[in-house]
Design a protein around this ligand. Structure first.
Ligand SMILES: Nc1ncnc2c1ncn2[C@@H]1O[C@H](COP(=O)(O)OP(=O)(O)OP(=O)(O)O)[C@@H](O)[C@H]1O
Ligand SMILES: [Mg+2]
Length: 251
């Protein structure tokens, strides 16, 4: 890779007591790249995101951002955890401003900042709505807005569309693809949906069962922008099959 990677994982391991969760996980992510992580449930994917986000530390190994050790730094990424729920009693605007307020921004400034983002997230006019008044896809976009508005160049998205029906999910994938392309983000996505991983990613990191290690990294060399018409292409199907095979290999 010619440029310094945005993110480098160098033999990251994590144990909780006697439970080994991550086993020397190593891979790089280039600036502006979209990388997905797939692997069995309980493999250690969310644990890896917690470490990258600086909320947890590796038992051994290193995390580098732009070539520098980032141990314990929480300001390198915007993180949407696996269960990123909106507070039901706060308006969408108040929910979206939460991340900025936690960072120490004044409440009025935080709300003014998030309002600028509403049109791009298809949420214009819903600033004062409560979460129950929104559809599932809109709520998910609001949770993403809360993450993205922190204006960090690197996003960590842990199964952001896991709870959505397949049609809404496809719409959200298209939308995320456009947002990613338009904002020069570096993105890491955890998903159980292999089709989603192929649709969105430049590369897919396939992890084995716990303790998770990198089984293989699959390049997705399909032209962009990608649409649902591509789902039926032989190249797309071949990549899906390859990743599914890797996931199902024993041992
Ligand atoms: N703080 C912790 N203390 C002890 N064990 C933990 C802790 N965090 C995670 N684990 C354990 O680490 C293992 C991996 O959990 P993790 O949440 O990373 O899996 P995952 O790959 O994200 O799974 P899923 O796909 O179901 O979300 C699990 O066995 C879990 O119980
Ligand atoms: Mg998880």
């Amino acid at each position: 890779m010619p440029s310094t990677p945005r993110l480098s994982l160098d033999a990251v391991s994590r144990t909780f007591g006697t439970l080994e969760v991550l086993d020397r996980v190593s891979f790089d992510v280039a600036p502006g790249e979209f990388v997905s992580l797939v692997g069995p449930s309980g493999a250690g994917k969310s644990t890896l995101f917690n470490i990258i986000a600086g909320l947890d530390s590796p038992s051994s190994g290193r995390v580098l951002f732009d070539g520098s050790d980032a141990r314990g730094r929480r300001d390198q990424t915007a993180y949407m955890p696996q269960k990123d729920l909106l507070f039901p009693w706060r308006t969408i605007e108040e929910n979206a401003a939460l991340g900025l307020e936690v960072q120490g921004m004044r409440r009025a400034d935080a709300r003014a900042r998030v309002r600028e983002w509403f049109p791009r997230f298809g949420l214009e006019g819903f600033e004062k709505a409560l979460p129950f008044e929104l559809s599932g896809g809109m709520r998910q976009r609001a949770a993403l807005l809360r993450t993205v508005v922190q204006e960090r160049s690197t996003l960590l998205l842990d199964e952001p569309f896991g709870a959505l029906d397949s049609l809404t999910r496809q719409e959200m994938q298209q939308w995320l693809q456009e947002m990613w392309a338009g904002n020069e983000w570096t993105a890491l996505l955890i998903t159980h949906d292999v089709r989603e991983a192929v649709m969105l990613s430049d590369r897919v990191v396939v992890l084995g069962p716990r303790p998770a290690s990198v089984r293989e990294i699959v390049e997705v060399d399909l032209p962009r922008p990608r649409g649902v018409d591509q789902l039926a292409s032989p190249a797309f199907g071949e990549l899906e099959r390859r990743i599914l095979e890797l996931l199902h290999v024993q041992g």
